[in-house]
Design a protein around this ligand. Structure first.
Ligand SMILES: Cc1cc2nc3c(=O)[nH]c(=O)nc-3n(C[C@H](O)[C@H](O)[C@H](O)COP(=O)(O)OP(=O)(O)OC[C@H]3O[C@@H](n4cnc5c(N)ncnc54)[C@H](O)[C@@H]3O)c2cc1C
Length: 370
């Protein structure tokens, strides 16, 4: 079925018809240790899209010494994996990784490419889309398919509006979408699954960029999307001093501090620590929301949190409708009391707080899996 004469629409680019394209790709970030959780999460929408298109899910595994992780993608749902395992990919350089995907896409012609919107994904996605002259929709919160036209509906909240935009690219393939980490769960592993693994090479020999240095992050620098425990502050925290108190609590719990948009707008915490629609989606086992009202744009960012504890002075605050535990009162009194109690526990025995957290984590994970 020829649906459009691409040469008339954009004469400067080669015309490629949608029908030539097949399969749903997931670009997997991997190190020697394994495939990133954010990439595995992208298998969830990929499987759903492939089901609706009656197509296959293909994992694209790039890196150095990563081949053995191809199985992980298959166990979590990929039908096939294409591996490029090359010393050229031992360091991440966006133009190299992006070009490897572009070369593979030119050869195999995927119908859909999904990429986790990590720092790498945010760089690579636009590079791939632009080089292939394809469309890209960033930060999707959902995907659907028009089964008649095979157009993927890339769904995301538009800027400054409380609604959802359904975006499609009917005349160009591949259709590319990114989703932020923790928006989708990782599909459960099935140890018995088997799939085809293909190996490809890259002809790229040099990178234009160069790695200058590496830095190991301190606890408080851990990105919020990777943190297991988050103490998050809102407008109700009242100012930077309030955030110091939250940092104290986070430090005892081994967690990190985050905030609502109002806290970010007030300059009490940086934008990279903002939770929500225009911030980040997080997936902690414990999210302590302090002085946060629970607006929809904030709560969309915590929908994958295992447990939410809300501390708010207003018993009618909407956040209590979504929290697992609620404490009504002035946050300062409550947080100070919590810190004191945790300190007392710490003094009573070394490792007591860590033991408490370990126990809680096991319980919470059991709840999360149940
Ligand atoms: C397009 C768009 C995108 C947005 N994106 C985001 C986003 O990514 N993230 C986000 O967070 N918001 C986002 N917002 C804003 C969002 O709608 C809310 O305005 C914001 O989340 C409210 O922040 P807050 O809960 O800190 O403040 P408020 O809504 O003002 O709530 C403050 C809370 O603190 C409580 N409080 C006051 N004093 C105390 C005290 N002493 N002790 C305990 N509690 C106290 C109050 O009872 C109240 O519930 C977005 C809005 C739009 C339109």
């Amino acid at each position: 079925m020829v649906r459009v004469d691409c040469s008339k629409l954009c004469p400067e680019w080669p015309c490629e018809q949608p029908d030539e394209f097949k399969h749903v790709w997931v670009i997997a970030e991997a190190t020697e240790e394994g495939v990133s959780e954010a990439s595995l999460q992208m298998l969830t929408p990929a499987l759903e899209i492939a089901r609706k298109l009656d197509s296959k899910v293909v994992g694209i595994l790039l890196g150095y010494n990563v081949s053995r992780h191809a199985d992980t993608l298959i166990k979590h749902g990929a039908d096939e994996v294409i591996v490029v395992d090359d010393i050229m990919l031992s360091e991440y350089y966006p133009e190299v990784y992006g070009q490897v995907v572009v070369d593979l896409a030119r050869k195999y012609k995927p119908e859909v490419i999904l990429i986790a919107a990590t720092m790498r994904g945010r760089e690579m996605g636009p590079y791939i889309a632009n080089t292939l002259r394809a469309g890209i929709t960033a930060d999707c919160t959902d995907f659907d398919v028009d089964e008649k036209t095979r157009d993927v509906l890339l769904i995301r909240p538009p800027f400054a509006a409380i609604m959802l935009a359904y975006i499609k690219t009917p005349f160009r393939r591949p259709q590319i979408g990114t989703a932020r980490p923790n928006v989708f769960p990782v599909p459960p592993a099935d140890e018995s699954r088997r799939g085809e693994i293909k190996f490809e090479k890259t002809s790229i020999l040099t990178a234009r960029s160069k790695l200058i240095s590496r830095k190991i992050l301190k606890r408080e620098e851990i990105p919020i999307e990777k943190a297991e425990i988050i103490v998050s502050g809102g407008k109700g925290v009242g100012g930077p001093d309030g955030f110091k108190l939250l940092e104290e609590l986070a430090s005892i719990l081994g967690g990190v501090v985050a905030g609502s948009r109002k806290a970010v707008d007030a300059g009490w915490i940086s934008h990279e620590r903002q939770v929500g629609q225009t911030g980040k989606s997080v997936k902690p086992i414990l999210y302590i929301a302090v002085g946060i009202s629970g607006a929809a744009q904030h709560m969309i960012g915590v929908r994958e949190a295992t447990r939410i504890v809300a501390i708010n002075i207003d018993p009618e605050a909407p956040i209590f409708n979504q929290a697992d535990y609620g404490v009504v009162g002035d946050y300062k009194e409550i947080v100070e009391a919590l810190i004191e109690e945790l300190r007392r526990l710490k003094e009573a025995g070394p490792g007591a707080v860590e033991e408490l957290i370990r126990e809680y984590t096991q319980q919470a994970q059991a709840v999360g899996q149940g």
